[in-house]
Design a protein around this ligand. Sequence first.
Ligand code: 13P
Length: 252
Amino acid sequence: MRKKIVAGNWKMNTTLAEGVGLAKDVNEALAARTPNCDVVICVPFTHLASVAAVIDGNKLGLGAENCADHVKGAYTGEVSAPMVASTGAGYVILGHSERRQYYGETSEILKTKVNLALENNLTPIFCIGEVLEQREDGSFFNVVKAQIEEALFDLSAEDFGKLILAYEPVWAIGTGKTATDDQAQEMHAFIRGVIAEKYGKEVAENCSILYGGSCKASNAKALFAKPDVDGGLIGGASLAAADFMGIVDAWN
Ligand code: 13P
């Protein structure tokens, strides 16, 4: 059975003190619950070790928002997968549309990052999704299929089985304009079909596919009720513990 997951992506928000405070708040809120899903927070590199020290790793997973496409060496300013793993983090977001758009991350680069993450026992949360123009011109299925094929289809079935996917339509990110639950379901079912074609039905059925893009407590329940939506990757609404918990509670 595939996992249900609610993961926060803090993006470039919070100072260290604010971030540790937020992590403590989330941790405390979780301690008072038996969540019906896995819960993960993905935080800035600078916060990882400090956040790892204040959370209960059995109840709350920790991830980075990116990692380098090299292991070590003269890559000033970069943070490698082994460095991320050494903080206690277990996850890493890769292929977020903001990284693709603003930092030129291509499928070739992402393929390398995914391999390095897996070699270092980090679970990639791999993001895919179309921009508005592609939604409007009808190419969105082909765009998402190509993103998956180009970066991920060199993996063995065993390694593919370690991934979490996140469908994040770019037009829904930070815009307040959520995909409808039917739009999300339609794409998630399509993605599962693409995986099944390559790796077989079992791998496809076991793959958690999260929805991201203006997901909040008020719309999470309807999204999560769809059979192929296995949870959410949450930006803005992960920056306050109460809002984030509202989404975690949507699984109850
Ligand atoms: P918002 O929830 O702020 O739309 O962001 C979604 C996202 O990009 C998560 O990775």
